[in-house]
Design a protein around this ligand. Structure first.
Ligand SMILES: Cc1cc2nc3c(=O)[nH]c(=O)nc-3n(C[C@H](O)[C@H](O)[C@H](O)COP(=O)(O)OP(=O)(O)OC[C@H]3O[C@@H](n4cnc5c(N)ncnc54)[C@H](O)[C@@H]3O)c2cc1C
Length: 442
């Protein structure tokens, strides 16, 4: 085994879903790590919710936090979609099929709840440095040095950029490659990132007695509105809109409160469920945020001793509810691959070539599925917002003819075939595969 001095250390930039999942996994396997997070706290109140599909829930189970997340989240049980005039397009029950197929539910909660649970799971809280915004990374021999805007400096063997869509780590990775004269990222990385949609999302107090587990959507030209009721009937809602014109590149458009009002006001009278309009829900909002929704999977995730995961390299449309679940898959895949390499190296620090092999293998394991999550999310967004006549006709007439179980499989395709860790305990289904009956604990 490696002694203390030659222990391999992982710098994780970002204490969001990806970063915390990496940290819990590394800690479980006894690999040294630290997190640098720019916010002053882990899990700040940002008003975001998250749907955890079975592929995400099974990883949370492996990370040892299933019960904590399940007890603080609601189960999605039924879906109905309406057109802009309040006519029902289709509806279906979700629960029996989901449970029988996957052994896990689709659960909803606030994103910060999941972050808090992961944070609580971490033993070595002193390895989490908040209020540290990484702005420079450099390779020094076989190590990587990170400096923060606050003036601190940290050293590690590798850097994991779990720092979201704006990803300064990704920017540093590109800068270093360009300075090395490398063309692996192309001439102008990021220029091809397209943003066609935006979204206002929010959380509202229980509205009109709508109970936990309900997913409702309104589909119309260039707009999709949706809500999900979570635990204690709290309403998590979304108003997706098409931008007046496509935006290219990483300097994403910024929106104001006036923009939010401009996009939302025409839809306040849309009927979302019997007796409930979008305006009824919006009036009871606790918090709302408007944001652009870039859609992109970066083809290359690593350079030298730096690798990015999560939204930093794979940003999908949230309507399909897979961005965070996919980030969890990539996070554990990276740690699995790293652990295998370290184990084969007697847990001693890895050479440049060994690191390169870990990162390349991780990309191979994850790139195909990540790309399909991005593609399927965009297709779902286009279908729900009737982006052309064919999709409008399919959504208005054909979807209702599809057998309901097949609909569940199609609309939640991302839940199937997810990566799960080979270095953590196997996920334990909570429902019997095939029947969907609850597993009775011995
Ligand atoms: C409206 C909406 C709804 C969504 N719904 C779902 C859903 O239902 N299901 C689902 O699976 N996914 C959903 N997602 C996607 C999901 O939220 C993201 O994919 C996931 O949160 C990404 O996690 P991450 O850790 O990669 O990035 P982030 O959550 O963005 O975390 C990045 C972290 O890095 C920190 N950071 C950034 N820069 C620096 C720096 N320089 N130094 C230090 N720290 C830094 C940030 O402060 C942040 O804490 C949704 C997204 C949106 C926008």
């Amino acid at each position: 085994m490696a002694d203390q001095q030659e222990q391999f250390k992982v710098a994780i930039v970002g204490g969001g879903l990806s970063g915390l999942a990496v940290a819990v996994h590394l800690e479980t396997l006894g690999i040294d790590w630290f997190i640098l997070e720019s916010y002053k706290e882990i899990a700040p109140e940002l008003g975001a919710s998250i749907g955890l599909a079975p592929n995400g829930m099974q990883i949370l189970d492996q990370l040892g936090v299933y019960d904590q997340v399940a007890s603080q989240s609601g189960t999605a049980s039924s879906v109905a979609a309406f057109d802009g005039d309040g006519n029902k397009l289709y509806d279906f029950e979700l629960l029996p099929r989901m449970r029988a197929n996957h052994g896990f539910d689709l659960r909803f909660t606030e994103r910060r709840t999941v972050l808090q649970v992961l944070h609580e799971k971490i033993q070595a809280k002193d390895k989490i440095h908040v209020g540290q915004r990484v702005d420079k990374i450099g390779h020094v021999g076989d190590k990587v040095q990170l400096t923060t805007r606050e003036g601190s400096s940290f050293t590690a063997d590798i850097v994991i950029g779990a720092d979201g869509i704006h990803s300064p780590v990704r920017g540093e990775m590109w800068r270093i490659a360009a300075e090395d004269g490398s063309k692996v990222f192309g001439d102008n990385p990021g220029a091809d990132v397209a943003t066609d949609y935006g979204c206002t999302f929010g959380i509202s107090e229980p509205t009109n007695g709508i109970k936990e587990g309900v997913i409702r959507q309104v589909h119309k030209k260039d707009t999709a509105i949706g809500f999900i009721t979570g635990r204690n009937d709290v309403v998590y809602w979304f108003h997706f809109f098409k931008l007046p014109q496509r935006h290219m590149g990483l300097d994403f458009p910024r929106f104001t409160e006036e923009d939010e009002a401009k996009f939302i006001t025409p839809d306040l009278d849309r009927l979302m469920d019997t007796g409930t309009t979008f305006g009824d829900i919006y009036k009871r909002k606790r918090v709302s945020i408007i944001t652009p929704l870039p859609n992109h999977g970066f083809p290359r995730w690593h350079y030298r001793r730096i690798m990015c995961v999560g939204d930093a390299v794979c940003k999908s449309q949230p309507i399909a509810g897979q961005g965070g679940c996919s980030a969890l898959e990539s996070s554990v895949a990276l740690v699995d691959t790293l652990y295998a390499a370290l184990k084969a190296n007697d847990m001693k620090p890895l050479s440049n070539d060994q690191v390169e092999a870990v990162f390349t293998k991780t990309t191979q394991v994850r790139s195909k599925r990540s790309a399909s999550v991005v593609g399927e999310g965009l297709l779902y967004m286009k279908l729900a917002s009737w982006s052309n006549t064919i999709l409008r006709l399919i959504d208005s007439y054909l979807v209702a003819l599809v057998p309901k179980n097949t609909l569940v499989d199609l609309m939640f395709a991302g839940a199937a075939g997810g990566y799960h860790s080979n270095t953590l305990p196997e996920p334990v289904p909570k429902y019997v595969l095939g029947s969907g009956e609850a597993v009775v604990k011995a």
